[in-house]
Design a protein around this ligand. Sequence first.
Ligand SMILES: [Zn+2]
Length: 662
Amino acid sequence: MSKSSHDRKSKIEYWQEIPWKRAEKVLFSLQRRIYQASQRSDVKAIRRLQKLLLRSFFAKAIAVRRVTQDNQGKKTAGIDGIKSLTPKQRLELVYSLNPLTGKAKSVRRVWIPKPGKDEKRPLGIPTMEDRARQCLVKLALEPEWEARFEPNSYGFRPGRSCHDAIEAIFNALRCKTAYVLDADIAKCFDRINHKVLLEKLNTFPAMRRQIKTWLKSEIKDGKELFPSKEGTPQGGVISPLLANIALHGLETMIENWIMTKKIKDLSGTTLSKSNKKKSISIIRYADDFIIIHKDLDIIREATENTKAWLSQLGLELKPEKTRVCHTLKMHDKEKPGFNFLGFNIRQYKTGKHHANKTPKGDRKLYTLHIKPSKESYLRHYRDISQIIERYISAKQRNLINKLNPIIRGWSNYYKYSVCSKIFQKIDSLIFWKLKKWADKRHPKKNWKYKKPKYWKTIGGDNWVFSDGKYRLHKHKKNYDESQTKTRKKGNKRQGEKFIKVKNTYSPYNGDTVYWSSRLGKHPDMPTSKAKLLKWQKGKCPHCGLNFKHEDVMEIDHITPRKAGGGSSYKNLQLLHRHCHDEKTREDLKLIAEYQNRKELEKQHNKSIKWFNDLFSQEKWKWINDTPVLISACDKSHVSEEPYEVKVSRTVLKTSGSGDRFA
Ligand SMILES: [Zn+2]
């Protein structure tokens, strides 16, 4: 591999020349081998393969492409002020990229507002070069750790999302009421003990040195890890992985501990070992986690154990955000239920006539509701109303186009939960806000003027905020679309069901069929993208590779709109963001050609029109089965229109010669 990458060095002179398909294949096969070596705990092989990957030209090229072309935060400059690189600079970076120098440039501090608060949180933005180096190191480390990570850790891992964590909670609480430890780790990333983390990392010396340097430069700027549903934090590319490594082992510790306990079920029989393990659930998303068990004593003891375990890492639970509650009833002045990742999870009592049965046949007098948390929908509504206020004098279509992606994103995130009523409520709040907006715009006009101006009747709905061309999306509609017949009995979770990731499955296991089928069903995936993905069989038509979870996808017009392409599904395709970049460059040529052609066509049409006009004006006469222009005899026309002369002369000639021979 290293030899072939050396050969490549002398060949590739342009960024566009890099054979991406081959590069992806080479990288993935290396990662898969690291994953497999890690599964059989072959430390020697892991390190050998990781070093190979870090030296590989292809892996370096992909790392550079990820940070320069794919990453959402690609336009934020580091301390060197570099925001974007030209293709030439990118290639130079690939050649000069040396991940393990043991050095790091300091990071630029950026303050971004915390959601729902006036506080701001700092982000450390590394330089472009450091980002690429971190990305490369992550490519090498991630498969090793993916093979080891615990099944119920869901944050910042390939192929896993918030919805998998919520589904795990749903499975745990579907058939039982329980006590819950709802915990939050205080300033997780700031306080992790570096020594313990590096020991846990257990890697070769050069790598260890490099990561130590990065940890230091990050800590200096107070980088805080924050589980955001917007995606990975913009700071260090590698920091979420390091946080996951630090917190790795919590689940195993709790499981090992519960095996030593004596637990009896309702009938008084002692539980077997495997049932004991099943009786407790620990579900973690980055630094946010919950522990579920039906006995309060077990939860209390588990809390103490967790605290002790975390203290080894220099961490502690945040007292104001950590609580013990029950899922159904009041406990110790705590309201039933808890919030996790923007969802509220609690159980409600049901009457006997609505009682359902558990799979074991026991009757249960409660039902589980998972719905958007109050904080989440209040914040969402506040964001929307702020935008409406800001757009008081803007065009209606600009306001619609600003709000639609926000509404679509939010309602997609919650569409698998019990959201119907909340969605309806938000829609009506938005209506009143928009009415106020219209009143302010036309204070002297009455409602008869404003209603038809801003609201239209579309498809039986009289109150669609629309300017005729663009329409405001409704939360409720998004929910209705996701409704199918798979209504779950007993537990109120209507609509389509989200399917949780399999136990310890990782994309590095190479089961592409499983992973690509999961991709299309992801709730964050808009319907249009999911449809295209299905038609394309999970492949990107530009590079021919299967889409993966970390890939950024964009919708492309196959024939660009500026070159006469339409917006129907037939003319759309889903591409990688980096493939889209390339396609757009090719499109520019196409558009230029199209416009050229259109210009020619225009001229051609003009001459055809002239020709047709001419002929329609003229009178025809049949002479010996040949059409002959009457005006052909008119000499005055001949001098004006040379084209006609040619036509009429030949006609006359043939008719003449025909006469002679006849
Ligand atoms: Zn592609």
